[in-house]
Design a protein around this ligand. Structure first.
Ligand SMILES: [Zn+2]
Length: 106
């Protein structure tokens, strides 16, 4: 379990825990072109938020690039954590994740 989920379970009221289920980490497959291999297409996986990621591809087909993937932990979970920034186990990266944008990992 991540530090963030642990922190939220300790601080978030129980009636809001369903947000942790909705915003779980999920592996998304995406396509990309290797910079040194023009015209070639490969696929890879990236961990994103199951709820915040909006997959633009057809069902069962990977989308191109990673810009549509909201990295996990997502900004929604970090926003929940920032409400409790006066707690001793609050990590500064919960807030940094919000200011640095969508492709940042702790
Ligand atoms: Zn999310």
């Amino acid at each position: 379990m991540s530090d963030l989920v642990e922190f939220l379970l300790l601080n978030l009221p129980e009636e809001e825990w369903d947000q942790l289920d909705e915003h779980q980490a999920k592996r998304f497959r995406y396509l990309y072109q290797p910079p040194d291999r023009a015209g070639e297409e490969r696929s890879d996986y990236r961990e994103g938020c199951a709820s915040c990621t909006k997959d633009p591809s057809e069902p069962g087909k990977p989308a191109y690039g990673t810009s549509w993937i909201e990295d996990w932990p997502c900004r929604h979970l970090c926003t929940l954590a920032v409400r409790y920034d006066d707690q001793p186990d609050f990590h500064p990266w919960f807030r940094e994740r919000l200011t640095l944008g969508r492709q940042i990992r702790p």
